[in-house]
Design a protein around this ligand. Structure first.
Ligand code: HEM
Length: 391
């Protein structure tokens, strides 16, 4: 969305901008809303109510608990852990959790640094650049494609489909992208099964090793990991850089003490909420949510963005403050579906930030911050481009 509230061609404006969320939160924790493209849902906006909803076993992620909602485009690419509930969810998550432990991610860090340095080397030493296209996007995309084993030549197509799925232009294009992506991943998985190459997908696809996964589950896993790896960390990196460039005092603090890099990433996760809302939950039985009656089959949308700016948990919540300790922000969600990729995302963002600031001591914004275009949907929010001046 542009600063004037209009949507650039092809992007729907978010139905829940921060000011609307703040107004709703001031009125109460749970609201009946219409979610464009999905339907009516209960929107949860305070931190305590969001945490309660995310740990309530009666709220399920499997859309089959909904009262008649149509399946979305994502269903066409297999059933995945984010759309499953325990014990099925537990089994799927365990199969890949070992690849995303802090230890595994620490081992991956030199590779993340090498990719970031390479991207910095390709950018001019001085002058204008788009930090999204040249840096914030290709870094996580390269890392997740390497990790899973998507060949370099296929990454452009892959990104177009993935992008269309998470911030759709319209239902028809989103469905076509889902089908194209499913076809591509099915072929890739079959190739990996025939000629294993040590990547995560090859491990899962290897005959025998994947005994626990059906082909639909394997497709869903590949889809979820690739899309999650493509569409989220880019938004964290670019939004963090923007917050720093528009808050020179905070940037000066970080430049004086690079030890604050992790704190900058956490504060940005809280304030910028690259993932604005959790996946829809559905009530498996009637329940009460922070005093509101929810009928069986009703959809519930938890606003992580609203929860992470709840003034009761975070004083002066709209302020970007590196010295705040934003423990308990909900940027990575909460409960059993808490982000599996959090250690990877944190490492990528910290490496990206540290190396960028080291390389460009005079980095500056090259546009009016108010004129920047945000790609904002119900679930994700990120900058379409970030014009900067290098140097
Ligand atoms: C800044 C970057 C990221 C943010 C803010 C983020 C945020 C989130 C959030 C909020 C959830 C929970 C959604 C819900 O409960 O409905 C989630 C789940 C998930 N994330 Fe991330 N994520 C990021 C990066 C990644 C990366 C790099 C990966 C790895 C490939 C990843 C993989 C996943 C997976 C697999 C789930 C589902 C977990 C489950 O259902 O148990 N994420 N993420």
């Amino acid at each position: 969305m542009r600063a004037d509230g209009s949507a650039p061609l092809g992007w729907a404006p978010t139905p829940f901008p921060f000011d609307r969320l703040a107004a709703l939160r001031a009125e109460g924790p749970v609201h009946r809303v219409h979610v464009p493209g999905s339907g009516d849902a209960w929107l949860v906006v305070t931190r305590d109510a969001v945490r309660a909803a995310l740990t309530d076993p009666r709220l399920r992620n499997d859309i089959r608990h909904s009262a008649g909602w149509e399946t979305d485009g994502g269903q066409a690419v297999g059933r995945n852990m984010l759309q499953s509930d325990p014990p099925h969810h537990t089994r799927l998550r365990r199969l890949v959790a070992g690849h995303f432990t802090p230890g595994r991610i620490a081992a991956l860090r030199p590779r993340v640094e090498a990719v970031a340095r390479d991207l910095l080397d390709r950018m001019p030493r001085t002058g204008p650049a788009d930090l999204v296209g040249a840096y914030a996007l290709p870094l996580p995309v390269t890392v997740i494609c390497d990790l899973l084993g998507v060949p370099a030549g296929d990454r452009g197509d892959f990104h177009t489909w993935s992008n269309e799925l998470v911030t759709p232009t319209d239902a028809t294009t989103a469905a076509a992208s889902a089908a194209a992506l499913a076809g591509y991943l099915t072929g890739l998985i079959a190739r990996k099964a025939r000629t294993p190459d040590g990547t995560l997908l090859a491990d899962l696809a290897a005959p025998g090793a994947s005994g626990a996964l059906s082909s639909e589950e394997l497709l869903g896993m590949a889809f979820l990991l690739l899309v999650a790896g493509h569409e989220t960390t880019v938004n964290l990196i670019s939004a963090t850089v923007l917050s720093l460039l528009t808050h020179p005092d905070q940037l000066a603090l970080l430049r004086a003490d690079p030890g604050l890099t992790g704190a900058a990433v956490e504060e940005s996760l809280r304030l910028n909420s690259p993932v604005q809302a959790g996946a829809f939950r559905f009530a498996a039985e009637p329940l009460e949510l922070a005093g509101t009656r929810v009928a069986a089959g009703d959809a519930v949308l938890v606003s992580l963005a609203a929860a992470s700016r709840d003034p009761l948990a975070f004083p002066d919540p709209d302020r970007f403050d590196l010295t705040r300790r934003p423990q308990g922000h909900l940027g990575f969600g909460h409960g059993v579906h808490r982000c599996l990729g959090a250690p990877l995302a944190r490492a990528e963002a910290a490496v990206a930030l540290r190396l960028l600031l080291e390389r460009h001591p005079r980095l500056a914004l090259d546009a009016d911050a108010e004129s920047l275009t945000w790609r904002a949907g119900t679930l994700l929010r990120g900058l379409a481009a970030l014009p900067v001046r290098l140097g």
